[in-house]
Ligand binder design. Sequence first.
Ligand code: ADP
Ligand code: DP6
Ligand code: CO
Length: 377
Amino acid sequence: MFKRFHQLYPADSMASDQKIYRASTTAPVNIAVIKYWGKRDPTLNLPTNSSLSVTLSQSDLRTHTTASCSSTYRKETPEDSLLLNGKLEPLTTPRSIACLRSLRALRSELESTNPSLPKLSTYPLRLASSNNFPTAAGLASSAAGFAALVRAIADLYELPQSPTELSLIARQGSGSACRSLLGGYVAWDKGSRDDGTDSCARLVAPKSHWPEMRALILVASAEQKSVSSTAGMQTTVKTSGLFRQRVEAVPQRMLEMEKAIREKDFEAFAEITRKESNSFHATCLDTDPPIFYMNETSKMAIRAVEAINKEAGRTVATYTFDAGPNCVIYYLEKDWDFLAAKLDLALDGKEGWSKERTSDAGGLGVGNERVEEGLKN
Ligand code: ADP
Ligand code: DP6
Ligand code: CO
């Protein structure tokens, strides 16, 4: 008797696909003015409160990520891998696995509806990523990092999903990353479903709505923080009484912030921003053991901004600090000369400040490209 084989494919099946598929992208950081701090579901990265941020332009701070896959990688490195700033990082954390699994599932759907597509979902992935700004120092590297990771793989897989749909995936990598998939003024609605399918990014206003907005970043320390955002917020949720009050206050602040942005009311924007930052850092201090993200240099920046506004007799600038000592100052373009001169006087020559950069509210995906490299061998 002959053994029978069914459904034999011609020679261009998976096994003979020797190509290397590659896609690159850049992603911006976003700096929250209503802070995300606390998870109601740590596995799905579902937050205890909604948040809102400004996506900064990529001219200054950005992540560049290249994703590639090939059946030929199976022989050399069968595991998925990430080279972050030149160092091999495990892609085995539950958050990375969740992102890769979701992206592969979407690619696999495409492949099953179109069998002529190469089976990229089954190939090992190699990612190479670099941040041109301090990593894990409170400048939203996890946001730009996971936004870039998701975007690069989505491009590699030629996925048709919208940025909002991809934000659901990026959220599982790092909560704040969902907001970096969109440009301009972006909310992350906490959502109410247990499966997290309504916890995603929403455009509040495009950059063009308020083009005068600027951000200035004062780098107080490029050192890696001692308590990661993930670990810090978990301890806050468990131990801080102030945190529970904060969670109740945030929804009203969200409404006020959206109104301030809609009406381009800088005075209101500035007041909510600085109060939010201080409220967030107060809950960090109320955490047991206490978390100190700001340092003496950070406080110097706060004092300088408060003094500048007082001297001007109006609100020229506002400040916010993420989970780190570095300061982000929001201001309107027309006030740059005044602000820069006064900040120079207040901070220049003072120990601690090393760099400053300016950015406007920008968007995602400058310089995307996708290639299929010819046959190997
Ligand atoms: P930050 O304040 O910089 O967002 P976090 O503590 O939230 O700091 O996250 C830092 C972590 O984010 C890093 O240790 C790394 O695991 C991840 N990360 C940072 N940059 C990237 C990147 N480009 N690609 C993938 N992951 C990244
Ligand atoms: C202070 O998004 O970095 O920057 O979801 O655990 O990765 P994980 O945390 P992450 O937390 C950001 C905290 C924040 C505020 C914010 O960006 O909203
Ligand atoms: Co982060």
